[in-house]
Design a protein around this ligand. Structure first.
Ligand code: IMP
Ligand code: MG
Length: 173
């Protein structure tokens, strides 16, 4: 039996999203940013964030698959399953990620985006799990730092389960 316990409540998420969006709105006003969400985990966070930002922007998604270390372990290797359909050159790009764990996934994406010569490239992550970091990645806009627990909810899954939860929870097996 798997139980989930609330780690970050819906209310806390809403307040943090509003705060992040207010900052992003200032930073990206008049820049018509290209906002790139990493599927699938970031979809709910991104939907809430861009509604609060309320400035002209463009939305894109990439789907990266990580493999090599099993279900609750993060990326050994990363590959792009579904890529971009919009040119990145000269654009102000903001990548939206659910959680930065080892850093391997996001490093792979940032490196491949940098090669396309964006005008700027920043990262916004809902959650940071610094205790597990293997590769240094600067998080420009961060929601919350979490301990080394496995989290689900608010778009984030455990083997495709629990994405629909309104709160960010941790799993107790
Ligand atoms: P990284 O490459 O190790 O940084 O892994 C990042 C990816 O692993 C995230 O985008 C998530 O999809 C997944 N991940 C890492 N930690 C968790 C977690 O606690 N719950 C669910 N997915 C996680
Ligand atoms: Mg992910």
């Amino acid at each position: 039996m798997v139980e989930t316990k609330v780690l970050i409540s819906e209310q806390q998420l809403r307040e943090k999203v509003a705060e992040l969006a207010a900052t992003l709105k200032e930073d990206y006003r008049d820049k018509h940013p290209l906002i790139i969400g990493i599927l699938k985990g970031s979809f709910m966070f991104m939907a809430d964030l861009i509604r609060e930002m309320d400035i002209p922007l463009e939305v894109e998604f990439v789907n990266l698959s990580s493999y090599g270390r099993g279900a609750t372990e993060s990326a050994g290797k990363v590959k792009m399953v579904q890529g971009l359909t919009t040119p990145v050159k000269g654009r102000h790009v903001l990548v939206i990620e659910d959680i930065v764990d080892t850093g391997l996934t996001i490093r792979y994406l940032l490196d491949s985006l940098l090669k396309k010569k964006p005008a700027s490239l920043k990262l916004c992550a809902l959650l940071d799990k610094p205790s597990r970091r293997e590769i240094d990645v600067p998080i420009d806009y961060l929601g919350f730092t979490v301990a080394n627990v496995f989290v689900v909810g608010y778009g984030i899954d455990w083997d495709e389960r629990f994405r629909y939860l309104r709160d960010v929870c941790f799993v107790e097996v």
